[in-house]
Write a protein that binds this ligand. Structure first.
Ligand code: SAM
Ligand code: SF4
Ligand code: SF4
Length: 355
């Protein structure tokens, strides 16, 4: 595939570097902040299989994105490890090279339930890293949050398996909901500091239209950091120092324990917008390109693929769409009228577009 002349920048001057691909809209969890079980029942209109992009279609699009400057691909969902034979897709993506001739930084975000079984095969297929979501160490709270009574031990096993096969550096994502799991902040921090793994605290976001989001359930990252610093003062954790950002477009503010044991991250999309250098595009399970997590509408790439467009046409179409992009929802959130932030317009679900 030829390289598109001149790399596209959007209307705010942001390049395209990071692609998140949702490989399924289904999940074996019902986290209330993402797929509340009252809404995501067995009668929910999940996508039929014929609507899903095939692995060949995903790989073809991924190649086109790589010619436009993408260096990192994250597989997500729904639960990506539920997609049958995901290893075959990973093998195809692992063959793709960036414009600089390097392999892509290939990673995925998973709830970890199938990781103990699949970690070795994922690594063998060419996966580099993994991010595992875990909201609590306390078994009762974890079972309540995933809302399918899934035990925490199986996710911890998955984390161990991923580490054992070398899917590192591993990151652990914890969505913090005030009054639900905020008392798990310190146990989680202590556990993963001792394990030497990066724990990232994610502010509960108003994504989608089904989770009944309320600002008073958001625990701002500054409060989380304050709690860690107080714990360090009490000798329960090593002290923390801020780190420089490693790359533009990075979602997390990073801090490191002074003894070098581990890092923590804060993803503060509610209280501290980071749209300024957001270089992420999102591809839905059925091949819609979204330019922002909070977009109302996607751009149909599957139609192009199935109409027989050439590789060059596809790359040109993506470049054209990216060049029109002006999204910066998190920066605007506070100034938007309530009806546009409260899910009045049908906003896409996190389980459909991926994190
Ligand atoms: N099922 C996989 C998982 O949970 O890791 C991948 C998909 S999930 C949509 C991706 C990430 O989004 C997870 O870390 C999840 O915790 C996070 N997430 C989902 N809904 C969220 C919300 N309302 N606010 C903040 N993070 C959310
Ligand atoms: Fe499933 Fe992940 Fe959403 Fe939880 S956050 S319901 S594990 S897709
Ligand atoms: Fe990027 Fe949209 Fe999130 Fe801003 S709100 S950081 S533009 S995905």
């Amino acid at each position: 595939m030829a390289i598109a002349p001149g790399l596209p920048h959007d209307r705010l001057g942001r390049p395209l570097r990071d692609l998140r691909i949702s490989v399924t809209d289904r999940c074996n969890f019902r986290c209330s902040y993402c797929m509340p079980k009252e809404v995501f029942t067995k009668d929910y209109p999940y996508l039929p299989h014929s609507d899903l992009l095939t692995f060949e279609e995903i790989s073809r699009l991924a190649r086109a994105f790589a010619t436009l400057g993408v260096r990192k691909i994250r597989l997500t969902g729904g639960e990506p490890l539920l997609r049958k034979n995901i290893e075959a897709l990973i093998e195809q993506l692992a063959d793709i090279r960036t414009l600089e001739g390097q392999p892509l930084e290939l990673t995925l975000t998973t709830n970890g339930t199938l990781l103990a079984r699949k970690a070795a095969a994922l690594k063998a297929a060419g996966l580099r890293r993994a991010t595992i979501s875990l909201d609590a160490l306390d078994d009762a709270i974890f079972r309540q949050m995933n809302d399918v009574d899934h035990p925490v031990a199986s996710v911890l096993e998955g984390i161990n398996a991923a580490r054992a096969v070398g899917l590192g550096p591993l990151k652990i994502n914890m969505v913090v909901k005030r009054g639900v799991n905020d008392h798990e902040i310190l146990p989680m921090a202590r556990h993963f500091q001792r394990e030497g793994l990066t724990l990232r605290f994610i502010e509960y976001m108003d994504v989608g239209a089904t989770n009944g989001w309320r600002m008073d359930e958001v625990l701002p990252s500054t409060e989380v950091l304050g709690r860690l610093q107080r714990a360090a003062g009490d000798g329960l954790l090593p002290t923390l120092a801020p780190l420089e950002r490693a790359a533009p477009g990075e979602t997390a503010e990073r801090w490191a324990y002074a003894d070098g044991s581990a890092e923590v991250g804060f993803i503060s999309s509610v209280t501290h917008a980071f749209c300024g250098d957001c270089n992420r595009a999102r591809l839905s399970t059925e091949g819609q390109l979204y330019l922002c997590l909070f977009a109302h509408q996607g751009h149909d790439l599957r139609g192009l693929l199935r109409a027989g467009a050439s590789d060059q046409d596809i790359a040109a179409a993506i470049a054209g769409i990216w060049q029109q992009r002006a999204d910066r929802y998190s920066e605007l959130r506070a100034s938007l009228p309530a009806e546009s932030t409260a899910g009045a317009r049908p906003r896409i679900e996190m389980s459909y577009i991926g994190g």
